[in-house]
Design a protein around this ligand. Structure first.
Ligand SMILES: CSC[C@@H](O)[C@@H](O)C(=O)COP(=O)(O)O
Length: 389
């Protein structure tokens, strides 16, 4: 499996059939590289939604100020990124169903094993609302479970097999996205490309490699990445904590800028294209991505810079006509207070994502090619999906 240098997770299936999963604790980056074990669906849910440890009794947290601080920090996510959220949910289920703890006996005792597993999948879907990858991955798995023979062993084997397949497919898709994006950009900028990106869309947001950052990685491997600027990405700082780290590991010619510097950067330094990830792309091309992406798209238009969304097929959601229908997750107030050194108790509005209207988007880079708008400026996502499914 071709991978980047960073591993967002380690998944293994032992000889006795048990699956094991450890996820890179992205909260500890860039200072520390440590992995946390995911033992069941509850751990997977927590790793996606928050890092509140089930081992800690909240009452104990009231004992001292330092512990209270660790509780507030713990509202942040340990793993994130649309593809990785979906993958950890599926792998977490595989681990849960093959573990030695009470799940396996509960499963064997359940009158309807498929129903028992459906409940776990429904629970995983409640972890985060905006990225469609999670819902698509669970739906795909539900179909596999429903089609599997009725024996518990066969159902669990089908889930573990699919989990392994999903990991390999994600890396292959990411590599194809990188190739499509690099080919397209180099057709207009053959000497080299100057990129701007936001949030983290690299190895740390996927099984490995990355989507938008995968395009940068592919350009770099062809010797054609002139430069890449990463927006800090307030308030959770995925750009400064994670993308800057990936840029350094990959030895790209990168520059970190605060979100508020993007206009000045585009004006004074210049760029050929912005490439961003996606959490959901609607039927008309409207795209939900990390908060601040919409701002960047407006700036790109102002300065005549191309603006690309890089997303796997699993992020296209033809069931929603436009971005108005996307549920935008609001994160806890404390995440803004703690990461921004604001006074405790200040009221905050903390949406995790925004929607970039399709009219601001130059093209959507997928593993099946780059979709461009028609002569009227409209994206036909439904047609694209139908042609490539
Ligand atoms: C390949 S990751 C694409 C998107 O999921 C990414 O840009 C993003 O918005 C991540 O948000 P996050 O809140 O960190 O999960």
């Amino acid at each position: 499996m071709a991978t980047g240098k960073l591993r967002s997770l380690i998944f293994d299936v032992l000889q006795d059939g048990r699956a094991t999963l450890s996820v890179l604790d992205q909260l500890a980056l860039p200072h520390e590289t440590k992995y946390c074990e995911v033992k069941n669906v509850e751990d997977a849910w927590d790793a996606i939604r928050s890092m509140v440890s089930r081992a800690i009794n909240p009452a104990i947290l009231l004992v001292g100020l330092s512990l209270v601080c660790s509780y507030t920090v713990s509202l942040l996510q340990r793993i994130r990124g649309a593809p990785l959220i979906a993958i950890v949910a599926v792998l977490g289920l595989a681990v849960d169903l093959t573990s030695n703890d009470k799940t396996i006996s509960e499963l064997n005792a359940a009158p309807d094993a498929k129903q028992f597993i459906h409940l776990k999948m429904d629970y995983l879907k409640t972890s985060r609302p905006t990225a469609v990858n999670l819902f698509n991955a669970i739906q795909e798995l539900m179909d596999i479970v429903d089609k599997a023979p009725d024996s518990t062993g066969d159902i669990v084997t089908a889930i573990v097999t699919h989990a392994q397949f999903m990991l390999e497919r994600d890396v292959a898709d990411n590599k194809a996205i990188g190739n499509s994006g690099a080919d397209d950009l180099l057709s207009r900028f053959p000497e080299g490309v100057r990129l701007v990106t936001i949030c983290n869309t690299g190895s740390l947001a996927t099984a490995s490699w990355g989507t938008a950052l995968g395009v940068a990685r592919e350009l770099q491997s062809r010797g054609k990445l002139e430069s890449i600027a990463a927006l800090e990405t307030r308030p959770y700082n995925q750009g400064s904590r994670l993308t800057a780290y990936e840029i350094m590991v990959e030895e790209m010619n990168g520059t970190l800028i605060c979100d508020s510097m993007a206009a000045s950067y585009l004006k004074s330094k210049g760029a050929d294209a912005c490439v961003v990830g996606a959490d959901r792309v609607c039927a008309n091309g409207d795209t939900a991505n990390k908060i601040g992406t919409f701002n960047l798209s407006i700036l790109a238009k102002t300065f005549g810079v191309e603006f690309f969304v890089a997303s796997p097929f699993t992020t296209l959601d033809t069931s929603l006509a436009s971005g108005d229908q996307i549920e935008i997750e609001e994160r806890p107030t404390d995440e803004m207070i703690n990461t921004g050194n604001a006074p405790k108790g200040m009221s905050c509005w903390n949406p995790a994502f925004d929607v970039t209207p399709a009219t601001y988007i130059t093209g959507i880079i997928t593993e099946k090619g780059v979709l461009k708008p028609d002569a009227d400026g409209r994206f036909d996502i439904k047609g694209f999906v139908a042609r490539h499914s």
